[in-house]
Design a protein around this ligand. Structure first.
Ligand SMILES: NC(=O)c1ccc[n+]([C@@H]2O[C@H](COP(=O)([O-])OP(=O)(O)OC[C@H]3O[C@@H](n4cnc5c(N)ncnc54)[C@H](O)[C@@H]3O)[C@@H](O)[C@H]2O)c1
Length: 293
């Protein structure tokens, strides 16, 4: 078990943590474990993607030093990170978190490659935001050593991690996962494997109702959001948040939740219209609000 950044032994974190997929989330997850004292190995699909992940993690390490988030030197952090396009180095890890794109076939292929080289006592987790942990576990050799670890974006600024407990996840895994999440300075919640976990299910239902209210002319977008910000102390309103997440992303989740949990998640026509018009929120410049460059 690893010695942490402040020099104390932190038994909660494996010495070496692997991350499969070094994109937006994977780099953030690797960075969180690096700062907590672990060595990290990032698996990418090819050498070029591995170099890009390296650039991202070095930049994140530099930023955390600049804002005083770690007492470690840049060289010390750099010495504990490595990047690979081959799964073999993951044989030395105690935990691997998969963060490749949200495509079940791709995830199963990557998890099978990783599981094939992992020591029998290592843990495996997926950062999936919507896929069923039980469906994934059914394809693994050691489903009891697998759970969901759902991080939020951007990882450094988000304090929540959902631990998704599959039907076959070992109780000792869930306890260990609570320890990992606490050790990286975040707060865990434990959710049974079910569509939308806790966060997407609640977040989407609020957004859908806000969109229906806008459709019915109950109030303006600004006023609907202000009701939640001032009335209920939400940091941002549900329509503003939908613009940040992306209307297309929220529509995809709503469709999935409708198919799994029922009609109450049916997307309002206004959401479909905006997505069809390419009004996807901040990333396209317009959603429920306009977003100048
Ligand atoms: N972006 C978010 O807001 C967010 C939030 C929570 C969870 N998630 C989930 O996290 C996961 C990753 O999302 P992201 O936004 O980081 O995606 P991303 O596209 O930024 O990163 C995915 C990375 O995986 C790599 N990859 C692709 N195929 C690979 C392979 N065969 N082996 C190894 N690496 C491979 C890609 O090169 C890329 O760098 C998804 O499951 C997503 O649903 C995303």
């Amino acid at each position: 078990m690893t010695g942490s950044a402040d020099g104390t032994d932190d038994p909660a974190i494996p010495d070496v943590v692997g991350v499969a997929g070094g994109g937006r989330m994977g780099v953030g997850i690797a960075h969180a474990f690096l700062l907590a004292g672990a060595s990290v190995i990032v698996l990418e699909r090819d050498d070029e993607a591995a170099s890009q992940a390296r650039v991202g993690l070095l930049r994140a390490a530099r930023a955390s030093i600049d804002r005083g988030a770690t007492p470690e030197t840049f060289d010390a952090l750099e010495a504990r990170m490595s990047f690979t396009a081959s799964a073999d180095p993951l044989a030395g890890t105690g935990l691997v978190i998969e963060a490749v794109p949200e495509d079940l076939v791709l995830k199963l292929e990557v998890l099978a490659r990783v599981e094939a080289v992992l020591p029998g006592d290592a843990w495996l987790a997926s950062n999936t935001s919507s896929l069923s942990i039980d469906d994934i576990a059914a394809t693994l050799d050691r489903p009891d050593r697998f759970c969901g670890l759902h991080f939020f974006n951007p990882v450094p600024a988000s304090s929540l991690v959902e631990i998704v407990r599959g039907a076959r996840s070992a109780p000792s895994l869930i306890e260990a996962a609570r320890g990992w999440v606490a050790a990286i300075g975040k707060t865990p919640i434990v959710v049974k494997d079910s569509p939308g976990f806790a966060s997407s299910r609640l977040g989407v239902v609020l957004a859908l109702e806000a969109i229906r209210m806008l459709e019915e002319g109950v109030a303006s977008a600004d006023d609907i959001d202000t009701a939640m910000v001032l009335g209920y102390k939400f940091p941002v309103g549900p329509l503003h948040l939908t613009d940040l997440v992306g209307l297309d992303v929220r529509l995809g989740i709503a469709d999935y939740l409708e198919s799994t949990l029922g009609e109450r998640f049916a997307a309002p026509a206004l959401l479909r219209e905006k997505v069809a018009e390419g009004k996807l929120g901040r990333k396209s410049g317009e959603g429920f609000f306009t977003w100048p460059e």
